[in-house]
Design a protein around this ligand. Structure first.
Ligand code: SAH
Length: 479
């Protein structure tokens, strides 16, 4: 999912798969009278960035479905074009602006089409989105989706293309979209459930608290309702989402309690969560990972750097020693646990010793895989105001290359060690490469390709791994 980010710092999650003009799933809330003149209009959504954005696009499709929109995977036949965007690195924003200009060409051919830029980049650039992409009609932040159908409806009846763009980027400390079902997204086997919005960590490099606002928790009963809805719709796995998912707290319930409750929902066979924050990984959470059989033995734990000086400048709240101790504790309590991480290379002030410390930490901890990024200064952050971005682009590029090369070697070795093993695999879908092959995932989140045989998406099967490369395992169903 984040793998492409190695090359350019941005991932397009991809256009949504279903056939053209499939109805958007209805939820239990009746359509708001104000927002329903859209009967029969079609919406096209493109999603950029992280899993939370993917989940938000599904939420938005649910909200628009209530208002009468039907989803299409063809931009040229839609009345409403939505780009759900990411602001985490500068390239992410540049790419969306270029895409907005491309889509604007469709507006010229079909007057009345509304072009909306929503999500983190909308929140980050606000009205500047419309200055830099003049044909954008609506700019809406991550807390504006409840009003979105109304905003678009007003724009459509007022005449799209009429200047200036409508900008709705008010953040809301209470908005968790409770009661809205959203479209059941994902691959039909594994689905996302957002349990927390926003972030309170304020790491000095990171724009998220400014684009997604302050941290808030979705009530446990609402989370469980959505997990049950996934189970009822035939999903076998849920992935709980939050920016620092394990800092979750809602009244008396902490993350460990919620995770345990979710793991006990009938019909759900696997539970994952992303991304936990190292400081909030309590012993109670480790207990749940260790003893709830349905909670996968896999954790994505963003470390960012192996240098204490850099970690301090980033205000991560832990030292590399504390991070190592946490990894040791996880490996002791959950033998064989798979671990992945994020590395942010080339942050302000990072010198060769700091970089060497990151490489050393990677060699020592041997993550299963890793998402690797080069620092990109973001307006609004503490670093952009106070810590000059002083590592040259050439040095950043070289350090990232070294990090990527090291991780490729480690991932290839870790995967090779799986050859000959038997792994429990949840089948997710057909493989993209061939109709005769399926794509599944191990408990440790490794992609497995296997011949189709009698196996179908949703099945949990034992697979013998026969070969591996640095990204994928290949095997067949055990006899
Ligand atoms: N909540 C997560 C961060 C999510 S953003 C955490 O615990 O850190 C995903 C990743 O993007 C981060 O882990 C970081 O490695 C990267 N990232 C964040 N800000 C960045 C920036 N300004 N430049 C480059 N990469 C960045």
């Amino acid at each position: 999912m984040w793998r492409d980010s190695v090359s350019d710092g941005l991932v397009q999650i991809g256009r949504r798969a279903p056939a053209a003009a499939t109805p958007v799933a209805a939820s239990s809330t009746p359509a708001d009278a104000e927002t329903s003149p859209a009967e029969g209009a079609r919406v096209y959504v493109e999603t950029y960035g992280c899993q939370m954005n993917v989940a938000d696009s599904d939420l938005l499709l649910g909200i628009l479905g209530e208002a009468g929109y039907r989803r299409t995977d063809r931009a040229d036949e839609a009345e409403l074009l939505v780009l759900n965007t990411c602001a985490i690195r500068e390239k992410a924003e540049e790419r969306v602006l270029a895409r907005a200009s491309e889509l604007a060409a469709l507006k010229r051919r079909r007057p009345g089409v509304v072009l909306a830029v929503v999500g983190c980049m909308a929140e980050h650039l606000k009205a500047k989105v419309a200055e830099r992409a003049p044909l954008v009609d609506v700019v809406a932040g991550p807390d504006s989706y409840r009003r979105f159908a109304g905003i678009v409806g007003a724009r459509r009846s007022g005449g799209a293309g009429a200047a200036p763009a409508v900008v709705d980027v008010k953040l809301d400390r209470a908005e968790v979209y409770e009661g809205l079902s959203g479209e059941a997204g994902g691959d039909g086997v594994s689905g996302f459930v957002t349990i927390q919005r926003g972030c309170d960590k304020f790491c000095t490099f990171c724009v998220v608290p400014y684009t997604r606002g302050r941290e808030r928790a979705v009530a446990p009963r609402e989370v469980l309702r959505q997990v049950r809805a996934h189970a009822d719709a035939g999903y076998r796995e849920v992935v709980l989402l939050g920016q620092t998912v394990n800092s979750y707290r809602h009244e008396e319930a902490g993350f460990a309690d919620l995770l345990r409750a979710v793991a006990r929902v009938d019909g759900i066979e696997r539970v994952r969560f992303t991304s936990p924050y190292p400081v909030d990984f309590t012993e109670r959470v480790i207990d749940v990972v260790a003893d709830e059989p349905k909670v996968c033995n896999y954790v994505h734990l963003p470390v960012q750097s192996g240098s204490d000086r850099v970690l301090e400048r980033m205000r991560r709240g832990y030292t590399s020693g504390e991070f190592r101790a946490l990894v040791a504790r996880l490996r002791e309590r959950v033998p064989g646990i798979a671990l992945s991480t994020d590395i942010l290379s080339g942050f302000s002030g990072e010198d060769e010793d700091d970089h060497a410390a990151t490489l050393a930490l990677m060699r020592e901890l041997r993550f299963d895989f890793c998402f690797m990024f080069s620092y990109s200064e973001r307006e609004m952050t503490y670093a952009s105001r106070r810590i000059p971005d002083d590592v040259t682009p050439e040095v950043k590029k070289r350090r990232l290359r070294e990090i990527v090369a090291l991780q490729e070697t480690i991932s290839a070795e870790v995967n090779a060690a799986h050859v000959g093993r038997r792994e429990r695999v949840l089948i997710h879908s057909r493989s993209k490469r061939s109709a005769d092959e399926l794509l599944g995932r191990t408990d440790g989140f490794k992609a497995v390709i296997l011949p189709r045989g009698d196996t179908r998406p949703g099945d949990l099967v034992d697979v013998v791994i026969e070969r591996a490369n640095l990204a994928t395992l290949f095997g067949r169903v055990a006899a």
